[in-house]
Design a protein around this ligand. Structure first.
Ligand code: SF4
Ligand code: SF4
Length: 328
């Protein structure tokens, strides 16, 4: 039987995750726990449940269906309003994710995040956008979560994409064994490598892991025959100072090989609903989205060092300007 991995989304027509129009495939599972994560449903490798409060009519069917008393009893809409920040449908410690409650819900208020998909099922979806790749120089971007968690699956998915002449990007945090990244990079046209912070302790505090392995992998990738774009999520209070970006520019300049491009990705909080649906109290909830215009100052620091740098990571504008099409 074909191996399957949980996919949280296949997002079409992205213009910020590699050249041209991209189809982004999000795999579930990540070894990092970044405080600002925009896709919190991709961190846990197992299926999870979204509870969409606005769709819930408090009918109680989920409460009746649960064999583990892991669902809170229904409450009146008025009571729900009063307890807006406290009441959540699922009681996490008791739930074994049997999903009987989801099956019982007739209002779509409970939804499973993560659909098991095989490589051929994913590629059949990706293929639907081929016309747009051909016209824009786009292709598939494998993202997550962290695709290297599913080492063999990701490598094979990218290899088969190349067999079908689909351009490939890998969006990675770089926290994996070099052998895994090396195997995957062989079938990837562009690696979109996340660089979150150069300081190991700061990196640990906001992501849950030190950056030693990540930096070592970035250095090795630069000597490997693959194009590397570095992506820096700019997070308020974490890596948003001019001095930090001067330091980062020096570091990137000192790498053993070229960096194709640097994308500065401004923090935003559009994902806050997802945290609510998972019943997670998000520490960044009150933090305002960054004005992308403010990041131009940082982008200029990298440009002065000779790098191509963008704010937001649009791959489409560059393609329009240069008329460059990808090799495949
Ligand atoms: S079954 Fe659905 S609509 Fe009914 S209480 Fe549960 S989540 Fe809400
Ligand atoms: S997934 Fe199963 S155990 Fe968890 S709350 Fe739903 S019915 Fe109960």
């Amino acid at each position: 039987m074909e191996e399957k991995v949980l996919v949280t989304d296949i997002a079409r027509f992205s213009v910020n995750d590699g050249p041209g129009f991209r189809t982004n495939v999000f795999l579930k599972g990540c070894p990092l726990h970044c405080g600002w994560c925009h896709n919190p449903e991709t961190i846990d490798i197992s299926p999870e449940i979204f509870w969409k409060r606005r769709l819930c009519v408090q009918c109680g069917a989920c409460f009746d269906a649960c064999p583990r008393q892991a669902v809170n009893p229904p409450i009146s809409p008025e009571h729900l309003q009063e307890q807006a920040s406290d009441y959540f449908k699922i009681i996490p410690g008791r739930c074994d994710r049997c999903m009987k409650c989801v099956e019982a819900c007739r209002y779509d208020a409970l939804q499973i995040t993560g659909k098991p998909m095989s490589i051929s099922e994913i590629l059949d979806e990706v293929e639907k956008d081929r016309l747009f790749y051909d016209n824009s120089g786009g292709g598939m971007t494998l993202s997550g979560g962290e695709p290297t968690v599913h080492a063999h699956f990701s490598e094979e998915l990218l290899r088969q994409s190349h067999e079908r002449l689909i351009h490939t990007c890998l969006d990675t945090n770089g926290h994996c064994m070099w052998e895994v990244l090396e195997g995957i990079a062989k079938h990837t046209d562009i690696i979109l490598f996340d660089l979150k912070h150069l300081d190991p302790q700061k990196h640990y505090e906001l992501t849950g892991v030190r950056n030693d392995l990540i930096l070592a992998n970035l250095e090795k990738l630069c000597s490997f025959p693959v194009e590397v774009w570095v992506r820096i999520p700019v997070i308020p209070g974490f890596n948003d100072g001019i001095d930090y970006h001067k330091l980062a520019a020096e570091y990137l300049l000192g790498l053993p090989g070229p960096i194709g491009r640097i994308d500065l990705l401004p923090y935003h909080n559009w994902c806050q609903d997802k945290y609510g649906w998972l019943g997670i109290d998000w520490v960044y909830r009150e933090v305002e989205a960054m004005d992308p215009g403010l990041l131009e100052v940082y982008a200029q620091i990298y440009r002065e060092k000779g790098f191509t740098a963008t704010v937001g990571g649009s791959g489409f504008e560059e393609m329009k300007k240069t008329g460059r099409m990808n090799k495949r």
